[in-house]
Ligand binder design. Sequence first.
Ligand code: CA
Length: 154
Amino acid sequence: MARPTAVVNAPRKRSAHHRSAVTESMEDYLECIFDLESSKGYACVSDVAETLQLNRASTSIMVKRLGKLGFLRYEPYRGFALTPEGRRVAEKIRKRHALLADLFQLMGLGHRDHLSDIEGLEHHLSDRAFRRFGDLAAHLREHPLPRRGAARSK
Ligand code: CA
């Protein structure tokens, strides 16, 4: 008689996100700093704290950490700015966010109503899945889904 497979002890496959040292929260910080930089040319702790609705103390700790990891550099008298590596991470998340918002819209799910889904998913897609999601969005643009609840033809 076959013994049941020990699923519980099987090592869990790590997501693309876990393979890198960048945490979800770091990615959100970098994304926020990217936006502030685009509008003001630089970012500072109070702006980041206000945008992310966090307190200044924890924002300041995270900013120092991101600086040590090489994602930020200090701009004397102004605040800080993304390094090319920080910009690369921020742009990756931005692109994922835009594609997911697009895909949700194409699936008939308003991106505003599903912002928390998108905000979470954007951190957990591998590059490969991201490319296929892009293909799916392109396909849905050509072949729109019937609206949910709409009468089916045939
Ligand atoms: Ca997010």
